[in-house]
Unconditional design. Structure first.
Ligand code: TUI
Length: 308
């Protein structure tokens, strides 16, 4: 399926695997790239030596393009911004902030830069700063989220910029892909569906939570800290949500409780203290499959719906 994004990046399917912190490592990224999408290694707040090793491992597992996501709130963002240049990573996506100060260096090094944006204003600023495309991410996404929905945000961003727009948030099958294209997007970014990819290295408890989730099983916590986050509804996240609602947890206490909670979910499957980030579409996901099957099924369905 050709689009401005497959042309820009030299990939077969216009799909990015989300750069999910603690989750998106080289095995998953290489599987997605080998299947014709764009696999992405998450920088998160991981040490630079680990990320260098992950980038090199990904290169050894695939000769296809892949990307690195830089979470701009990470203390390592600056070092990682340089690492992707040194390692000649072809594509960078960014999240949780404005990557403006890194843009000139990336452009000069020939890195394709594709920021995640939660608003039209930031999309326009990113286009002006030289972004090659933007990922318009709706509040349906897992993890750290903006306020606007994919359905409302994508067409408004498409109208406001001339560069290609990738839709993200709530997309997990061919219907979501087709809908995104109808809104004017040239590609999609998918996170939650890849949590249930065979190659995804998260704890089995995490995969089971995603596969068993119903439509009402995602919950947003932490609005009052300024960092709202969508997770699987568990005893832990229900406790956070009620502490936030009734004031029994101060924002500081909330931050203390959630410190390290993503690692506890991903590595330990810890239901008592872990934050299992997931998108609002988790309820639609019922099976663990190889990344290649996920992608091929998604685009076969989208092609049919789009009348190709
Ligand atoms: O970044 C994400 N999702 C994430 S990051 C993450 S790890 C984390 N750890 C601690 C605190 C917060 C997160 C888990 N999930 N998605 C991309 C995304 N970017 N969503 C929203 C934004 C965003 C928000 C504000 C992008 C730019 C932005 O700019 C504000 C500005 O500076 O103008």
């Amino acid at each position: 399926m050709k689009s401005a994004i497959t042309e820009l990046l030299g990939i077969e399917y216009p799909i990015f695997q989300g750069g999910m912190a603690w989750i998106a490592e080289s095995t998953l990224a290489a599987a997605v790239s080998n299947a014709g999408g764009l696999g992405i290694i998450a920088g998160g707040s991981a040490p630079i030596d680990y990320l260098r090793e992950q980038i090199r491992r990904c290169k050894s597992l695939t000769d296809k393009p892949f990307g690195v996501n830089i979470m701009l709130m990470s203390p390592n963002a600056e070092e990682l911004a340089q690492l992707v240049i040194d390692e000649k990573v072809p594509v960078v996506t960014t999240g949780a902030g404005n990557p403006g100060k890194f843009m000139a260096a990336w452009k000069e090094a020939g890195v394709k830069v594709i920021p995640v944006i939660p608003s039209v204003g930031l999309a326009v600023r990113m286009q002006r700063a030289g972004a090659d495309a933007v990922i318009a991410e709706g509040t349906e996404s897992g993890g750290h989220i903006g306020e606007n929905t994919t359905m409302c945000l994508v067409p408004q961003v498409v109208d406001a910029v001339d560069i290609p727009v990738i839709a993200a948030g709530g997309i997990a099958d061919g219907r979501g892909v087709a809908a995104s294209f109808m809104l004017g997007a040239q590609g999609v970014q998918v996170g939650t569906r890849f949590l249930a990819a065979e190659e995804c290295q998260i704890h089995p408890t995490y995969k089971e939570l995603v596969v068993k989730a119903k439509d009402t099983d995602s919950i947003v916590t932490g609005r009052y800290t300024g960092h709202p986050c969508r997770n699987v509804r568990t005893k832990f996240t229900k406790k956070l949500a009620s502490g936030e609602r009734d004031g029994s947890l101060t924002p500081d206490e909330f931050e203390q409780l959630t410190l390290g909670s993503l690692r506890k979910a991903v590595q330990d499957g810890n239901l008592e203290e872990g934050s299992f980030l997931c998108g609002a579409i988790a309820g639609m996901i019922t099976e663990v499959k190889p990344a290649k099957e996920i992608i091929e099924e998604m685009f076969a369905q989208a092609d049919k719906l789009l009348g190709k």
